[in-house]
Design a protein around this ligand. Structure first.
Ligand code: GMT
Length: 377
């Protein structure tokens, strides 16, 4: 098999979200290995890398009085076809099925014999678990998946759900997410000072886009259940408007426990400073945030849902409790905050697992092998 370098198009949502972050990091790692990367989206992805091998192609969306709702799929497919032809892309790797996989399929049809375009679709979560159930989307998603040259999911759970909800017959390859922490710009002392944490005050960390399925009501309910004497703050790195979170905190009387930061880019500093991660999603195909914490040796407490048990092993690299059991969650947080030695042991095992299973070194060669297989060499 030839190891020639490839020209890879990547389409993802540029906004703060797991699939966009993963796609950006993937582009960065592939460019470092010498591949040429072309991001195609309506905005530069939040964490898009810069470098001589990385290009960004903006999809222009015009508004017409005729349309009540602006259309993104068609201009995206036109841009995909144009970039594929003009830059001779070998493969277009789309992250999140809607509308990216459909647009890629259209782009390929438009190119016809002009340029042979291979399409890989990676399913990240709600594109299957939420939209896949929607009769207005399901059949279109299934069709686009059937037309992809390869399908991957970010967890075993997602593979099972994709087959169950969409009835996809094609082989689906599980390639777990990866994370490589960048060197942090700030010391732990600086971060603690910036957050206003008092000496001895523990830092619980929650990172998310605050969507309803993150169940912030259960997150704050857990906080409300922690003993009043416990010295801690819950730091939330918010990828969306934190207004509703604050309103719920006020209702539960826990605003003094909450510190919110928005659109944080130097996430590594906060990860490295955290004592414990806290996640309350009711479903999660993977949970990149838990992995981000694992890589810096910080365990998390979370509900045992979706793909989370594939990422962190309860009792070995973190603690998982049954969905909705905030009493058990608060108990686990208290026990871990009271036992730094146990926390450190979980953290060491967490970091080891992250390195072995979810590092760029473990995952990128699997994507490269897939690209080459699909491209026929
Ligand atoms: O719904 C979100 O949390 C965002 C969504 C996305 O596509 O950006 O996240 C999904 O993809 C992430 C990266 O693969 C996974 O880590 C998240 O678990 C997944 N979210 C859900 O399944 C809810």
């Amino acid at each position: 098999m030839s190891d020639r370098l490839l020209k890879i198009g990547i389409t993802c949502y540029p906004s703060v979200g797991g699939s966009g972050i993963l796609a950006s990091e993937l582009g960065e790692e592939l460019a470092q290995r010498g591949h040429e990367i072309h991001f195609i989206s309506y905005e530069q992805p939040f964490r898009m890398p810069v470098g001589p091998k990385v290009f960004f192609h903006k999809v222009q969306i015009n508004s017409y009085d005729l349309f009540k709702y602006p259309d993104y799929t068609l201009p995206l497919s036109v841009k995909m076809a144009e970039v594929s032809r003009d830059h001779g892309l070998d493969v277009l790797h789309v992250h999140y099925a809607v509308p990216h996989a459909t647009a890629a399929f259209l782009a390929r049809s438009m190119l016809h014999r002009e340029h042979q375009l291979k399409i890989i679709t990676t399913l990240h979560g709600t594109d299957t678990t939420l939209l896949g159930r929607d009769p207005g989307y399901g059949p279109a998603i299934r069709h686009a998946l059937e037309q992809s040259d390869a399908i991957t999911t970010v967890s075993e759970f997602m593979r099972t759900e994709t087959v169950r909800l969409l009835g996809v017959q094609r082989p689906i390859e599980v390639i777990h997410n990866f994370f490589e922490p960048h060197p942090t710009e700030h010391s732990q002392k600086e971060i603690r000072r910036e957050l206003g944490l008092a000496d001895g005050e523990a830092m619980l960390l929650h990172v998310s886009n605050l969507r309803p399925l993150k169940r912030l009501d259960l997150l704050l309910d857990t906080v409300a259940r922690l003993k009043p004497k416990l010295a801690f703050k819950l730091v939330v790195l918010a990828g969306a408007d934190p207004g509703p979170l604050l309103a719920e905190a006020r209702r539960l009387g826990v605003t003094d426990r909450l510190i919110i930061r928005e659109r944080v880019t130097d996430i590594e500093g906060y990860l490295a400073t955290a004592d414990l991660g806290l996640f309350t999603s009711e479903v999660e195909s993977f949970c990149l945030s838990i992995l981000e914490l694992l890589t810096v040796g910080c365990p998390s407490v979370a509900f045992a849902v979706g793909g989370i048990p594939e990422v962190t092993i309860s009792g070995e690299t973190g603690v998982l409790v049954p969905l909705g059991d905030t009493a058990a969650m608060a108990g686990a947080v208290q026990a871990l905050l009271a036992d730094p030695a146990r926390r450190a042991a979980l953290g060491r095992a967490a970091q080891k697992r992250a390195r072995e299973k979810f590092s760029a070194a473990a995952i990128i060669p699997r994507y490269e092998a897939l690209y080459r297989r699909v491209c026929g060499n």
